[in-house]
Design a protein around this ligand. Sequence first.
Ligand code: KG4
Ligand code: ZN
Length: 353
Amino acid sequence: MIVLGIETSCDETAAAVVGDSALTPRILSDLLRSQLDEHAPYGGVVPEIAARAHLDHLEPLVRCALAAANIAPTQLDGVAAAAGPGLIGGLIVGTMMAKGIAWAAGTPFIAVNHLEAHALSVRLSTPINFPYLVLLVSGGHCQLLVCLGVGRFRRLGTTLDDAAGEAFDKTAKLIDLDYPGGPAIERAASGGDARRFALPRPLLGRPGCDFSFSGLKTAVRRIAIEIAPLDRQDQSDLAAAVEAAICDALCDRTANAIAWFLRNCPQGRSLVAAGGVAANARLRRQLADLAGSAGLDFVAPPRALCTDNAAMVAWAGIERLRLGLVDDLSAPLRPRWPLDLAASSRRDAGVRP
Ligand code: KG4
Ligand code: ZN
């Protein structure tokens, strides 16, 4: 099976071709054009600018992805696009392009949930079986989910305020580091002393699997004002303290989810991390230790497949296609699209603020 994937739900325009011969996934091409420069002057993603940039860049990117994979549209078994959750302008551009190619090539269209693409991306790099526990941490989402199968999720926890990536991005801004904040904090933290500043670990030790990061942001703002102007070492020490606090908070909530998972899914073997924040090396180390002490394997995609990309969308397309889960050309966009419809609706049911 060979599927073209298109990702335009936020600020990355991406196109990829993924195949699976003998059930082994193979990325035939994987292209991405970031919009960082367009949004940098505004300090965050501007939806209208994002939509226009997708419109300008998607078509040439798709042409290049097909050419790099040496695949003609008529050789595709399906065309998958992120149809939500995300910013509506970008979703329109991506799904319209995907539907057009699918129609012209006479091949199925597959509407992919961007969160499901993150959650399944691990199976593109490592052959693991359902069910598994997923910590899905990105700029817009922060959830603990049991992945029971394709399209089958149970949400154990979500954030009550900010997503983990948002916490990185907002605290980075407070200490004058670049956007996106996660990689900037990780770089700065490598020369810092995490013990110099005491930061809160919200909800630590409390039951449940929900997250909260707004108290951490307030604490960082207070310290940054107190010690202003910040020199390089101050920035590094604060970055190290922020990274440690976010990782500790994520791991504490994940420990509760692991306890639930072991009780309720005894056949499950793996803890998975996905989404942009899962690229963080400290988080990966701490999660690996946590999983190991509970007798689970820890699995995460390579760092480049953690942040938004189209290979994960193409792969989710293949997973759905294998089960005959295709969509028709009238399939709607879903700017909000929770993975677990039975879970109570909370702030991060789908949209990046
Ligand atoms: O999955 P993603 O690319 O986009 C969304 O779906 O939101 O995640 C982007 C988020 C940003 O908030 C970014 O700061 C964070 O992932 N991130 C990281 C790292 N790389 C990206 N956070 C911590 N450490 C990293 N190395
Ligand atoms: Zn994402």
